[in-house]
Design a protein around this ligand. Structure first.
Ligand code: DX5
Ligand code: ZN
Length: 235
């Protein structure tokens, strides 16, 4: 089993001090940066657009994992690709035709992902699994950082692992929302491979150390089948 990848979410960075925060993420050993795009329609919040993503790209060597929380992602696929996205993920619940949007992303040198909100069953994405590089399982209702992790989403992660094996698919499994050095345990043990963390990185006094803590705990979670506070014997 490969170590989980850590994707600090820029939404929680200090935008008045973005250069410094992004440098910290890099120095702490982040594997990519997660970039949340919200349109105020698909979710009740607005973040930023392609121009800011281009600026972020100019400040970091890390790949940009772009998460589109947009009702009509197709309208902006080209813009976010040109702004520097290494991966573009949009929601299965969006209003656009999924096969068309998947095709459009795949015409670029860019990976493509599908995201699933907590109330949407994983079966909604099943027919598209052969076509995606990343499956994003939301562990909070999308829209805001700093929310509480939903442990009941771990059954979806387990299901995604099983379906990938069954279908011999290539996607990696990403979890997003409320991940911290504790909740990373159940997430990694369920099979999550990309860990998005906003508050747990940029909301901490030492973002570099916070990334190292996440990485260490993810590695521990893989190494042990039981968490440290679980008194039952290790298997
Ligand atoms: C929620 C976003 C997440 C979130 C992560 O809509 O997709 O990326 O901001 O932030 P934390 O880690 O604070 O939950
Ligand atoms: Zn996100």
């Amino acid at each position: 089993m490969k170590p989980a990848l850590i994707a600090p979410s820029v939404i929680a960075a200090d935008f008045g001090y973005l250069r410094g925060d992004l440098a910290r993420a890099e120095q702490g050993g982040a594997d990519m940066l997660h970039v949340d795009i919200m349109d105020g329609h698909f979710v009740p919040n607005i973040t930023f657009g392609p121009d800011i993503v281009r600026k972020i790209k100019s400040l970091t060597k890390l790949p940009l994992d772009v998460h589109l929380m947009l009702s009509n992602p197709r309208k902006f696929i080209t813009d976010f690709y040109e702004a520097g996205a290494a991966n573009i993920t949009f929601h299965i619940e969006c209003d656009d035709k999924i096969t068309t949007a998947l095709h459009e992303v795949s015409t670029f040198d860019c990976k493509v992902g599908l995201a699933v909100k907590p109330k949407t069953p994983l079966s909604a994405v099943r027919e598209y699994l052969a076509r995606i590089d990343r499956l994003l399982i939301m562990t909070v209702e999308p829209g805001f950082g700093g929310q509480k992790f939903m442990p009941d989403m771990m059954s979806k992660v387990e299901e995604a692992v099983a379906w990938r094996k069954e279908g011999n698919f290539r996607y990696d499994i990403e979890v997003d929302g409320g991940l911290d050095k504790w909740t990373i345990w159940p997430a990694v043990r369920a099979g999550a491979e990309v860990i998005v963390a906003g508050t747990a990185v940029f909301g901490q006094p030492d973002a570099e150390q916070a990334i190292r803590d996440l990485r260490d705990n993810a590695a521990q979670a893989v190494a042990h089948l039981k968490s440290p506070d679980d008194p039952s014997p290790k298997v």
